[in-house]
Design a protein around this ligand. Structure first.
Ligand SMILES: [Zn+2]
Length: 96
């Protein structure tokens, strides 16, 4: 695997374990949704102190989640057309 791909996998693994992206040793959260201001192990600053610092990340997350939901909905509708309501309900086939 390319070094860049390995680094991305390592970063993803550290993110899943809520560890520091630089050293991998320190926990970056106090609890699930409360971020520490800095890594307790290496001192990497995690919070810049700006109130809107996470706005772009939240916007990206919202757009990605809504896009996935819309794609799933359209896929189900296309696959079950012409009677998506009858297919998705209790399993009974509806007849016109
Ligand atoms: Zn660290």
């Amino acid at each position: 695997m390319a070094p860049r791909g390995r680094a991305a996998l390592l970063s993803a693994w550290r993110a899943l374990r809520r560890r520091c992206p630089r050293c991998g040793a320190g926990k970056v959260t106090q609890r699930w949704l409360i971020l520490r201001p800095a890594c307790p192990s290496c001192g990497l600053r995690l919070d810049r102190g700006e109130s809107d610092y996470w706005l772009g990340a939240m916007l990206f997350n919202l757009i990605a989640a809504e896009t996935l939901f819309a794609a799933g909905l359209v896929t189900v509708l296309v696959l079950t057309w012409p009677d998506p309501r009858g297919t998705l309900s209790s399993g009974e086939a509806s007849s016109p």
